[in-house]
Design a protein around this ligand. Structure first.
Ligand code: GTP
Ligand code: MG
Length: 325
């Protein structure tokens, strides 16, 4: 029986052939699999693709376990989430990380100052967000390990220099690059990491210099869906807004645990994905809790404090939860 594959299948196959990293290959293979019509004629091909995906996943795991293939671009996650800053040379990526954290990043007048990614911890209320300063992104020549680092992060932020003549290009080229890598998409496929264009926060630096307003007006016209935060590392304008914006974009909530008869433990918020349930929280606290969970009480988003809730109750940011085994 002929497979009768649609043209989108061959587009995804092309992406697969050009992929440099296992992450990109897995995405392309998953696309091929979801595009492929499911019938007798494609069964063999489906099985082949699934086998390739699991082999790539295995390879990736082995690689991350072995120290010999240590990739300095892949930074272990810490805090409530990992945000990677992407941008052209000299736009002020390192300056943003320096402004917001204690990280020892290098800032200089000339381009290509940063040669390897470096993490800074940025405080937002009672949590820390990990923000990664990166070497400049030149879309036509991005090293494989950097691509892996972009896939590894929980969220992407594009940094542009509002005062630069090529300000528009700084944004459009990176958006096109991320689209090519299937990281910006029009629809997010199930079980795949990708972002809608309107999810992306753009940080426009150097708004203390002239020419920026005009550049950003053009960008707003061409990319009305993109959120642009205008900042200045020099005057400090709007820097204080960044931590909250990033927290929001990470789509996580903070939940505090409370033992029966005791005060809540506000020192150690648990971080969960938005939409998580009481059971998800119990699993994070301890797997025994999850297995033996009888009931839970919550303070915060519930209608009244100490309300009894079911295991599937959806938690909100800053809820306090008391688990009963
Ligand atoms: N006036 C002004 N200068 C800035 C601002 N942000 C950064 N700069 C300057 O721009 C230059 C480049 O800043 P960096 O933070 O090193 O830029 P980068 O994007 O990390 O550069 P690479 O590591 O080379 O990619 C430095 O001279 C900074 O002082 C800003 O908001 N206003
Ligand atoms: Mg830098």
């Amino acid at each position: 029986m002929p497979a009768n594959l649609p043209p989108q299948y061959y587009e995804a196959e092309e992406v697969y052939r050009n992929a440099k990293t296992p992450e990109e290959k897995i995405i392309a293979l998953k696309d091929m699999l979801s595009i492929m019509p499911k019938h007798k004629g494609t069964e063999k091909l489906q099985a082949e693709l699934k086998k390739k995906i699991s082999k790539l996943k295995e390879e990736k795991e082995k690689k991350s376990e072995s120290k010999s293939t240590y990739n300095p671009y892949l930074i272990d996650k810490e805090g409530a989430g990992q945000v990677i800053l992407l941008g052209y040379p000299n736009v002020g990526k390192s300056s943003v990380v320096a402004s917001l954290s204690n990280a020892n990043v290098e800032v200089a007048k000339y381009p290509f100052t940063t040669s390897l990614p470096l993490a800074g911890m940025v405080a937002y209320e009672d949590i820390q967000i990990q923000v990664i300063d990166t070497p400049p992104l030149v879309p036509e020549d991005v090293p494989g390990p950097m691509i892996s680092a972009i896939f590894h992060a929980d969220y992407i932020t594009i940094v542009i220099d509002s005062s630069a003549n090529n300000c528009l290009e700084q944004l459009s080229e990176i958006i096109d690059f991320l689209k090519k890598k299937r990281l910006i998409r029009e629809k997010i496929p199930e079980n795949q990491k990708a972002y809608l264009l309107e999810d992306i926060l753009v940080i426009a630096t150097k708004t203390d210099l002239s020419g920026g307003e005009q550049n950003l007006d053009i960008i707003k016209e061409l990319y009305p869906e993109v959120e642009i935060l205008k900042i200045s590392n020099k005057t400090g304008k709007n820097l204080e807004k960044i931590p909250y914006k990033l927290f929001n974009k990470l789509n996580v909530i903070r939940v505090y645990s409370k033992a029966p008869g005791e005060e809540p433990d506000y020192d150690r918020p648990f971080i969960l994905n938005k939409g998580s349930s009481v059971l998800d929280f119990a699993q994070l606290v301890h797997k025994d809790f999850a297995q033996n969970l009888k009931k839970a009480r919550i303070w915060g988003s519930a209608r009244f404090d100490g309300q009894h809730v079911a295991k599937d109750h959806t938690l909100e940011d800053q809820d306090v939860v008391e688990l009963h085994m």
